[in-house]
Design a protein around this ligand. Sequence first.
Ligand SMILES: Cc1cc2nc3c(=O)[nH]c(=O)nc-3n(C[C@H](O)[C@H](O)[C@H](O)COP(=O)(O)OP(=O)(O)OC[C@H]3O[C@@H](n4cnc5c(N)ncnc54)[C@H](O)[C@@H]3O)c2cc1C
Length: 349
Amino acid sequence: MSAALAPATPAEAAEALAGLTARGEPVDVRGGGTRSARGWPGPVAGRELLTGGLRRVVAHEPADLTLTVEAGAPVADVAALLAAAGQCWPQADARPGSTVGGVLAAAASGRSRLRDGAVRDSVLEVVLATGDGRLVTAGGRTVKGVSGFDIPRLAVGSLGTLGVIVQVTLKLWPLPPARGWFAAEGALADRVVVGEAALAGPPRPGAVILTPGRLHVELTGPPEDVRPPAGLGPSGAPPAPAGAGVVEAGVPPPAVADLARRLEAAGLPYEARMGVGTCLVAVGAAEEVGRVRAWAAELGGHAVVADAPEELRADPWGPPPPGLAIMRRLRAAFDPAGILNRRFLPWSA
Ligand SMILES: Cc1cc2nc3c(=O)[nH]c(=O)nc-3n(C[C@H](O)[C@H](O)[C@H](O)COP(=O)(O)OP(=O)(O)OC[C@H]3O[C@@H](n4cnc5c(N)ncnc54)[C@H](O)[C@@H]3O)c2cc1C
């Protein structure tokens, strides 16, 4: 592998990409590398572009609840800075080492999406270094809406296939004064009834999660709101489903219980987010990836391999999505030489 590129500024990142495009040289983008075990199996590009040098805090406006930060900044550093001001970025599903840009590129919404919204909704402005080396700024730093082509939402979830996110402005939330997890055991049908009551609130829950044999509810807010809902007792946060690999399924929220029933019957560890539609499933074999995908499709959803060793990633995305032709045109407009993160494209690597 050639020497890694480690730009220290957004302009240097754009310049490096322009050079790679001129030479037609593929590159993989790396933030914290915590969500890189996805997409087609190797070979990876001969070069990496590391975002770790892009970590400056450009502006924190506590009164406006906004933060402008370079995308290689570790989420843990951002969380510490914000906590000191009584604020947080609740949408981030951070792992140890995650960067702000990596969380956004992977559209990694956290468990509190039910209450706090999807991670894409927390992005006010994005600066993207496109594959061919342009620096594109889109959106606006104020919470007011900006009209025009919504590049921030395009960049979130694009897994670095359109450009490198080099800087973002995030919408912040006040840090909740109290938070707590509550849980109950029982038959799936009973847990679903209790979960639906929790979803209906009040108070509005942060998360309502089914796992094999259990229901978990997270409450956040003033201490008087963080009390055990009917039928549940205090507990810790549920552990993530563990297996050789993880599949992320998405189904219409009303179909989550049906997916959970099939997963429990098959003995597959899972975490199904009621009211959101996302379900993480631990898998140990390619055949299990296929089974989960088929069930999700029957229920009107889809399933992609989110984190897994290469032997479970022979078919990471499943059937081509309906928007494939549009995805190809966007890719050609942002990365005409096709150098960026080829491993993450829904078509062949
Ligand atoms: C380059 C690239 C290629 C990809 N290729 C594929 C591919 O070929 N096939 C594929 O399946 N995935 C593919 N994906 C992955 C897919 O885009 C991800 O699952 C996606 O990032 C999920 O995004 P989200 O969190 O914004 O989902 P959202 O749209 O925000 O929704 C969250 C989940 O809940 C479900 N959901 C929520 N509300 C509803 C509702 N009312 N009705 C129905 N469902 C609901 C959704 O299905 C979804 O999974 C690709 C991703 C990238 C970056």
